[in-house]
Design a protein around this ligand. Structure first.
Ligand code: F6R
Length: 647
């Protein structure tokens, strides 16, 4: 989604903002713009459709400078991705600008009202109305101020834009009055040429962070945009408004009541948000998975006792014991993790689990028992649908737990506890390391639930914890052994029009994830199916052009896993009998499967519930290499955004 960077400080403003926007490119965007003020030229604006290089070219051709400014990368919602629709947007005077992430739902009604009052709109966007609303608030305040001074305003009939420089309320007060009029979701940054060295920011919905440096202050829509300048971050909460000046940051609610900044020290290393020699962030992040998994178990498992520790939860062991259900809500890849988590929790803790698309949850009037525990799975912690599902769960009386990669994000603030996935910042739009870290966190949670509910023995715990600790090095083995093979497979299959991904049981969510990775970055149509469903319809698709990626792994020590594997072999034969081209994911040493299929990718053996973490790695690499061969923008696929902060 849109990126915002604002800066006040001694450094040259334009490079700080442009560099910040570059570091937020992963969020996805289709135009960019910047406004700076504070020098004799007044407020200056540069915008361009397309990527940041276009904006840089515009700035190079027509340089600007100032002492404070804001920039924006726009992911189009209202209006096409053109130069005029790019942010920042101006009021009628051109002396006040707004950048915005989110959607103003009542913008049409507001636009009619403002048009009737003389405002002239020059764009198709919802954002522009915010600039005009602020302008109007300033004008109204100026007018009332004059009337209160006993001078009947001769200018009261003048168009509002002539009154902007005669304000008698500060910019932040006008912003406060404005946000009360907006419905929908917004994170905004506002500056006015009439109030030098001041940035105003407000949030209701989409994320925004304030960075506190040494004599310099930042606004951004996400931490990586400013992390190379400061690690001291205040995550703006819904209903908060911040005023940034060269002397510091003041915080209030939307009614002007003072609030305290809650500064968090971000531990992420800024280097983690760089490509580190890899061609793409996605490839780097795929290769970071061993560390992400290891860090997600760190301090949470004891290899001596098999015990699992989940700290800082406001959900007691008693509540876990008495829980009637776990209600999972998540989106996209995180939803796939939730589906796999259902198998882990139900099998180990014998506790029923429901998994919903967060975007559907609140609209189905869910029947939820207050003794059910809500579980939100989200990489960003800022996904609008997931936040809405969490609020629905809370409204139904449930406690909520988050599995999240961003400490301090919206979901974690509202949850009664968070299991942090310590994957580090994920920049590639297609989620990889966050997914395997989520699977790891879910396994840890399933073990914890099983231990407090007494559904597994100490010996079983010990064995599973030991197996979990071996997963990072097994993922390292997979990365080493399958990358070349995935490159070769990409050579063969990158021209396919469709792909099928099949799996059974806990492997089915991994089939879904393999299909999602492929479609989002290579734009090849792909579907994931439970292997046993093929004969109920999808078999009709099979012909000699269709690659069918089938997850056919097993834990030889687990009879139910072996049974599923045997059923999957039958499904493979149904595909090959119809000339479908099978790529099987199988465990090392499985010679039988090699005779049945065209291609086999082997992964190390592991317990059934941990196999998904290993299986997904070749699927990520296959999608990656196919997308690269097709010349796709791997890190920023078309039409997608990293953090989906609108419904
Ligand atoms: C796909 C992907 C998305 C996200 C989804 C939820 O690769 O990244 O499907 O998983 O938008 O995002 P979070 O996990 O941030 O809530």
């Amino acid at each position: 989604m849109c990126g915002i960077v604002g800066y006040i400080g001694p450094k040259p403003v334009v490079p700080v903002i442009v560099e910040g926007l570059r570091r937020l490119e992963y969020r996805g965007y289709d135009s960019a713009g910047i406004a700076v003020a504070g020098n004799s030229a007044g407020l200056e604006l540069r915008r361009a459709p397309g990527k940041l290089v276009n904006l840089e070219a515009v700035i190079a051709a027509n340089p600007i400078s100032g002492t404070f400014g804001i920039g924006h990368t726009r992911w189009a919602t209202h209006g096409r991705p053109t130069e005029e629709n790019a942010h920042p947007h101006r009021d009628c005077t051109g002396s006040l600008v707004v950048v915005h992430n989110g959607i103003v739902e009542n913008y049409l009604a507001l636009k009619h009202e403002l048009t009737a009052r003389g405002h002239i709109f020059v764009t198709e966007t919802d954002t522009e109305i915010i600039a005009h609303l602020i302008e109007q608030e300033l004008a109204d305040a100026a007018k009332n101020g004059k009337q209160n001074n006993g001078r009947h305003s001769e200018r009261s009939e003048e168009p509002p834009h002539f009154a902007n420089d005669a304000t008698n309320i500060p910019l932040e007060e006008a912003v406060r009055r404005t946000v009360h009029r907006l419905t929908g979701a917004f994170a905004i940054g506002v500056l006015s040429a009439h109030e030098p060295n001041k940035l105003v920011a407000a949030r209701m919905g989409p994320p925004a962070v304030i960075g506190l440096g040494d004599g310099e202050f930042f606004l951004a829509s996400d931490v990586p945009g400013i992390l190379h300048h400061t690690r001291n971050i205040h995550f703006l909460a819904d209903g908060e408004l911040a005023v940034l000046t060269p002397h510091g940051v003041t915080l209030t609610d939307f009614d002007g009541h003072p609030l305290h900044l809650k500064i968090q020290r971000i531990q992420w290393d800024p280097i983690q948000a760089e490509k580190a020699g890899y061609k793409h962030f996605m490839l780097k992040e795929i290769n970071e998975q061993p560390r992400a998994i290891r860090d997600t178990t760190l301090g949470r498992i004891s290899l001596d006792t098999g015990k699992v520790f989940l700290d800082n939860l406001q959900i007691t062991e008693q509540e876990f014991k008495q829980a009637t259900q776990i209600s999972i809500a998540a989106c996209g890849t995180s939803w796939h993790a939730g589906l796999a988590g259902k198998f882990m929790i139900e099998r180990l803790a014998r506790l029923p689990v429901d998994v919903d698309y967060a975007s559907e949850y609140r609209y189905r009037d869910p029947i939820s028992d207050p003794a059910a525990i809500g579980l939100l799975i989200t990489q960003s912690g800022e996904t609008a649908d997931t936040i809405a599902a969490q609020r629905e769960l809370i409204a139904k009386g449930s406690k909520t737990l988050a599995i999240c990669n961003v400490v301090g994000s919206a979901v974690t603030r509202e949850a009664q506890g968070t299991i942090t996935t310590n994957a580090g910042p994920e920049i590639g739009v297609a989620s990889t390391k966050a997914f395997t870290a989520q699977l790891t966190a879910l396994f840890v949670l399933a073990l914890h639930l099983a231990q407090v509910r007494g559904t597994i023995t100490a010996d079983q715990s010990l064995r599973l914890v030991d197996e979990l600790s071996k997963v990072p090095s097994k993922v390292e083995d997979v990365l080493r052994s399958v990358d070349l093979q995935c490159q070769e497979l990409a050579k063969v299959f990158h021209t396919a029009n469709d792909f099928l991904f099949l799996g059974r049981g806990i492997h089915y969510p991994i089939a879904l994830e393999g299909a999602l990775k492929l479609k989002e970055i290579s734009y090849i149509h792909a579907e994931g199916y439970p292997a046993g469903e093929m004969k109920h319809g999808p078999n009709a698709l099979i012909d000699e052009t269709l690659p069918v990626v089938t997850i056919a792994t097993k834990d030889p020590n687990d009879p139910s896993s072996v049974l599923k594997y045997e059923k999957t072999l039958s499904n493979i034969q149904e595909v090959t009998a119809r000339s479908g081209r099978v790529i099987a994911i199988a465990i090392e040493g499985d010679e039988e499967i090699k005779h049945l299929v065209e291609h086999t990718i082997q992964i190390p053996q592991a317990p059934e519930l941990l196999l998904p973490i290993l299986e997904v790695v070749p699927l990520q690499l296959l999608a990656y290499h196919i997308a690269v061969r097709r010349g796709c923008d791997v890190d920023q696929p078309r039409n997608l955004a990293k953090s989906v902060t609108v419904e």
